[in-house]
Ligand binder design. Sequence first.
Ligand code: ADP
Ligand code: MG
Length: 479
Amino acid sequence: MQWETVIGLEIHAQLATKSKIFSGAATAFGSEPNTQACNVDLGMPGVLPVLNKAAVRMAVTFGVAIDAEIGQRSVFARKNYFYPDLPKGYQISQFELPIVGKGEVEIELDRGVHKPVGVTRAHLEEDAGKSLHEDFHGMTGVDLNRAGTPLLEIVSEPDMRSAKEAVAYAKKIHQIVQYLGICDGNMQEGSFRCDANVSVRPVGGPLGTRAELKNLNSFRFLERAINIEVERQIDLLEAGGKVVQETRLYDADNDETRSMRSKEEANDYRYFPDPDLLPVELDEGLIESIRTSMPELPDAKRARFSADYGLSEYDAEVLTSSKSLADYYEQAAKVAGDAKMAANWVMGEFSGALNKAGLTLEQSPVDADALGGMLLRIVDKTISGKIAKQVFESMWAGEGGADQIIEAKGLKQITDVGAIEAVVDGVLQANPGQVENYRNADEKKRPKMLGFFVGQVMKQSKGKANPQQVNELLLKKLD
Ligand code: ADP
Ligand code: MG
């Protein structure tokens, strides 16, 4: 039997508001447990939720960015269930009338191969608190700091056909929300989490029963969890079994998915409109103002980088993969005055150094102005590209700015013709045999042989002779 995988994702993006969705308590990550939950977040009797406008704006921004229908009237509903980290006994979410309706994003599968993935809806809701197991033996701790943090739950159509497609889609959404500045995208801190709904079916057949894989907090886990779940379902079906609709957890340590609970149906939640909150009525003016102030999105930025900076499609793609990298690159290129060179350095030495040190862009010891300033010294021929690598290493090690290092270490390029000529003459005199060979060799072999002399000159000048001048002088003297 040929099986086909079907995947739909539910992504929870934590909105980057300062305060919670229905209260004034702070949303900052990492505070002492239970110091950021107020009476509203705790659902104390007599308190009333007040909707945070910033969260509404952010949700609409996302809707406009993916060209979705905007729910001009949306309704908050209570989703009732019991859990220790949910003190109210219900979560305020949206059910029948979400703030963002049908939309679409495009994912790239292979170079130039695109596929649209439908977004069913995106709705606003509050997050629950956290149950803490690790530090409590035989007990569970409850931290309610997260209770009431605004989330945008983005639900896709079951349009993906492989783990790879699901990852491409999740990365695309991750990129978009960060570009929009509505979510910090930090997956370790749980600001961006994925649930994957996975089923298999005979190719082209009706949809199979799905299992939901909860809270995958890295793209690697998302891919891995889907792949092993697909295998599990196929094995089960081929052995004559049935997939049951349930929630499963991915256990990265044992590399398996495990049943957590059977899946509730919507009617188990007894959804009903929250009587404490009015329906959200959006006026056209707000939607229009969001539309006109939309920041540049990844696809547009990529196209602009190709067009304006003459970058290859690949380079433009890499440099726009995150907004922070794109911003870094643009600033470095502006200071250097050479977009192509800046692209090579940002993707090469710079990214390599970050990787090696295990740092994020934000933690880089060399900022965009500093890198751009160093590149400017290549552009104005103060140093060669090769020496620049040495300068960059020193900058990375915190030894100062480019000019300071060039000065202190005496790395200025030698451009004085007389000085270079003296070295060139010395090298030619010291290697009469090689000179003889060169002169007797045919045209095709000469460029390679020239490399020997260039190498000698560079060595003797400690890499400081201007390579172009060295080449020119050698050719003049040898030919
Ligand atoms: P719930 O809220 O109960 O999880 P939804 O109807 O909102 O259910 O669907 C959740 C997700 O499951 C959506 O992303 C949808 O695309 C996906 N989905 C629905 N049916 C299937 C299926 N048979 N196989 C894979 N994914 C599915
Ligand atoms: Mg769900």
